[in-house]
Design a protein around this ligand. Structure first.
Ligand code: URA
Length: 217
């Protein structure tokens, strides 16, 4: 015991209780995000500094579309164009996504909501890191809770693995009906992957038809 504590002890003033940090712990943060309404959630995301990505990006990319949509499409993270414009899937991959949606008579904003696992662009489009996914995914989970979609289309490894809590591959998760919090979830390839692997487009098309059939009941 140091001299100060000895004196305090003799005076009957020990032990000294230190004030706990008033900063929220990660679980408390996730709990408070889970109770937010749309306005609170948008404000939380736009001012978010929970992980190391925010200082390196231009702006946060919250999500876009019909907040009461039946379809929720989930990607990975904003790229350069999304970071510049503040909207998900507006680059090359986004054009392909728009064309695929049009082919099943859907469009962004009409009965469709599009969001990413990460709301900030990782530098140089690198893969999201586990701590970034852990800190950002409560925002996506709250978006799902608020939208209450009829179907989630998880596009790519990060969306599928985050929502299903697995490290299984896309190939092994495709073609089956999964659920996230009771909501039917279908896994498909990420549009950016399809741009580099054209033969897999037919598999993504099959996934979309499966999703359409599932939502029709
Ligand atoms: N890739 C994604 O996963 N999301 C975007 O918004 C753009 C590209």
């Amino acid at each position: 015991m140091n001299r100060r504590n000895e004196i305090l002890n003799e005076m009957g003033l020990a032990p000294i209780w230190k004030l706990r940090s008033i900063q929220e712990q990660p679980e408390q943060k996730a709990e408070s995000i889970a109770l937010m309404d749309w306005a609170q959630l948008k404000e939380k995301v736009s001012g978010c500094t929970d992980c190391k990505l925010r200082p390196g990006c231009t702006q946060t990319v919250f999500g876009v579309g019909d907040e009461k949509a039946d379809w929720l499409l989930v990607g990975e993270a904003p790229g350069a164009e999304e970071d510049r414009l503040g909207e998900p899937f507006v680059g090359q991959a986004g054009k392909l996504l728009d064309n695929m949606l049009a082919a099943i008579d859907l469009g962004r904003g009409s009965n469709v909501y599009i969001a990413n696992v990460l709301k900030c662009r990782p530098p140089g489009n690198r893969n999201p890191e586990p701590d970034e996914v852990a800190k950002c995914s409560p925002h996506l989970l709250r978006q799902i809770g608020l939208i209450q979609p009829k179907l989630i289309l998880a596009m790519g490894r990060f969306a599928a693995q985050t929502l299903l809590g697995t490290d299984a591959t896309i190939a092994s998760l495709r073609g089956r009906l999964h659920r996230y919090a009771g909501v039917p979830l279908i896994v498909t390839y990420h549009p950016a992957y399809l741009l580099r692997n054209l033969p897999d487009k037919s598999k993504a098309w099959a996934d979309l038809l499966f999703a359409k059939k599932t939502i029709a009941g």
